[in-house]
Design a binder for this molecule. Structure first.
Ligand SMILES: O=C(O)c1ccccc1N[C@@H]1O[C@H](COP(=O)(O)O)[C@@H](O)[C@H]1O
Length: 218
């Protein structure tokens, strides 16, 4: 069995980036939006001078950012994927894709309209991050949603031929339930943090759970 793609998001220091770079993750995420995890391009540039992120790809997370704001990041950093985690329209996503010629993932909140939103955004987005819907927050809440809907999201993403990540409150203690649903991608931020930093013990435990799941599913 193939393991899901793993994205470790919300890297906010050199230490975080060193730790996640040593992991088996496929993608490392950086928040360029209002958040306790917000980072600045010049900081990330410095960190990347001293950390080898190996084959990992960098994902920049924005919330309702203008093209100029995104441009400021893109011209300074080797970003592979732009993740739009706000209320960007289909047209916004199409403009961002056209302007930067990068993969663009749209984060969609889990609610009764998510499947129809996936169909709507499919004409512009390369992939989706399905996250919990939490009042007054765009993401990084550490809240899970009702995972009984995950198989429907997987099927829709397959039919639309889009990348799919499940996000929201995923942690070492609950990841086994999600792995049982075989999502193609898993996105984790709060669940590997302790006192505002990425935590080596939590990250190791998370990786052990993923490896165990893959080995028993073979
Ligand atoms: O992490 C943040 O602070 C954040 C702020 C604004 C938009 C998105 C944000 N994070 C994204 O939220 C999901 C789930 O995070 P968590 O595991 O529940 O903490 C993930 O995609 C983060 O990149």
């Amino acid at each position: 069995m193939n393991r899901p793609l793993i994205k470790l998001c919300g890297n906010r220091s050199l230490e975080d980036l060193k730790m996640t770079s040593e992991s088996n993750a496929d993608y490392l995420g950086l928040i360029f939006a209002e958040s306790k995890r917000r980072v600045q391009a010049h900081q990330v540039k410095e960190w990347l001078d001293s950390v080898d992120i190996k084959e990992k790809q960098l994902v920049a997370i924005f919330v309702n950012a203008s093209l100029n704001e995104i441009e400021d990041i893109m011209k300074n950093l080797p970003i592979d994927v732009i993740q739009c985690h706000g209320s960007e329209t289909v047209r916004d996503i199409a403009n961002i894709k056209h302007h930067f010629n990068r993969r663009v993932w749209k984060a969609l909140p889990h609610y009764e309209g998510t499947l129809s939103d996936m169909k709507k955004y499919a004409e512009a987005a390369d992939g989706f991050v399905i996250d919990s819907k939490v009042k007054d927050a765009f993401g990084g809440t550490g809240q899970t949603f009702d995972w009984s809907k995950v198989p429907c999201y997987i099927q829709a993403a397959e039919e639309l031929n889009k990348t799919l990540f499940i996000a929201g409150g995923i942690a070492p203690d609950n990841i086994h339930q999600l792995l049982g649903l075989h999502p193609p991608g898993i996105d984790i931020s709060s669940g590997i943090e302790q006192n505002g930093k990425k935590d080596e013990t939590l990250l190791t435990r998370l990786e052990e759970r993923v490896n165990h799941h893959v080995s028993v599913s073979r």
